[in-house]
Design a protein. Structure first.
Lengths: 184, 193
């Protein structure tokens, strides 16, 4: 049995190896998954719930994950995609919910005023993203929310990298049209 | 053709600068939940109705056993922070609910997160507190207004289907706070808890 398949038995005493592995997964991908999810959801609380569900599912299934068959990042992002889909279906969120509080937005803005301006800009961008179709929204959230490069996005989506680039550019074109429209 | 077209570069830069940060304690909290054997909230997936039926049967059996079994604690504590719950205009309030998992509310506290810990801690100001039954903390004041938030798992039942209703006068007076199941059957009265 490879090291990666050590017993992970929730509630029955978890091996320190399994615990360390889960911790390493969260440290490596926690922020990226959260930010990806947050591109789809209007509040930090909702994003936290979906991120928590994603990692609890990953932790519980850790013994079934075979690293020789794929990268853990790809696997975890697929769990995140499914968890997010389930969440959106259950909560019946409206598409154009206004972006709520941005307390979880990371920023280097030196003053409160600049932070506010940045929050408004991000809210506008994400309002635009929310108006896109699901395929466009997904590729933009994976690329910019999670910060994956196009090769990594291709792995998560199970398509070739040139296809991701094409899909991304088209999505950006449509987003740009949405963002420019109200100003005209 | 690997270069991003010129007209999309500003948008690429703007989106590339957007980063959201999860709460710093989330990772440790998740490991703790995993060690305790907590399940993910939304583990059910539609489809395969026969499997769902078997699962539902097992769940029903377990629920019956649970209902018939003598009570030994079985409470769950949910701490949600931070939102504007008192109408003060700042997202600095939290809700702490102790329930018998997914059912009766034992204790409900609305607090102001004074120390910025994003959870209920000794230095926080309690804006409203009740134990067990619903109470009105004094008469409703002129200018009172109702805040309703939906939908999160406020009762620890495992689904994000609970709503929170707060009646109070901004910026910091709260007369009543309760949670309820948001998706009650049509025509069925809503049970405030």
């Amino acid at each position: 049995m490879p090291d990666s398949q050590q017993q992970v038995a929730p509630g029955q005493g978890i091996s320190s190896t399994a615990e360390a592995r889960c911790q390493a997964w969260y440290e490596a991908y926690g922020r990226a998954v959260y930010s990806y999810v947050r591109f789809h959801l209007p509040s930090a609380d909702m994003a936290e719930d979906v991120t928590a569900d994603t990692f609890l599912k990953a932790f519980r299934a850790a013994d079934r994950f075979d690293e020789s068959r794929g990268h853990p990042r790809t696997w975890i992002f697929r769990i995140a995609q499914n968890t997010l889909r389930d969440h959106l279906r259950r909560s019946r969120l409206r598409r154009h919910l206004p972006i709520g509080s941005m307390r979880d937005l990371a920023t280097d803005a030196p003053s409160p005023e600049e932070r506010l301006l940045w929050e408004e800009q991000v809210a506008r961008l994400l309002d635009g993203v929310a108006m896109l179709g699901p395929r466009d929204r997904e590729v933009i959230s994976l690329r910019y929310g999670s910060g994956l490069d196009t090769a990594e996005v291709a792995q998560v989506l199970g398509v070739r990298e040139p296809a991701v680039r094409t899909r991304l550019w088209r999505a950006l074109d449509r987003l740009r049209a949405i963002l420019v429209e109200p100003e005209q | 053709m690997t270069q991003l077209p010129e007209h999309l570069r500003d948008l690429d830069r703007a989106l590339g600068a957007v980063r959201f940060e999860p709460r710093a304690s989330l990772g440790a909290e998740l490991l703790g939940r995993f060690q305790r054997g907590d399940r993910a909230d939304g583990s059910g997936r539609p489809g395969r109705s026969w499997l769902m039926g078997i699962a539902a049967g097992i769940a029903l059996g377990l629920a019956c056993l649970w209902l018939l079994a003598p009570r030994r604690g079985g409470t769950v504590t949910v701490d949600r922070c931070c939102q504007d719950l008192d109408g003060g205009g700042s997202d600095d309030d939290g809700l702490l609910v102790v329930t018998e998992r997914g059912s009766r509310v034992r204790s409900l506290i609305v607090y102001e997160d004074r120390d910025g810990s994003r959870s209920f801690s000794p230095g926080d100001i309690i804006r409203f507190r009740r134990e067990g039954k619903m109470v009105l903390a004094g008469p409703l004041e002129v200018g009172a207004r109702t805040i309703e938030l939906c939908c999160l798992d406020y009762d620890g039942g495992g689904s994000s289907d609970d709503a929170l209703v707060i009646v109070g006068r901004p910026p910091d007076r709260i007369s009543l706070a309760a949670i309820y199941e948001r998706y009650a059957a049509p025509g069925e009265p809503v049970q405030l808890r």
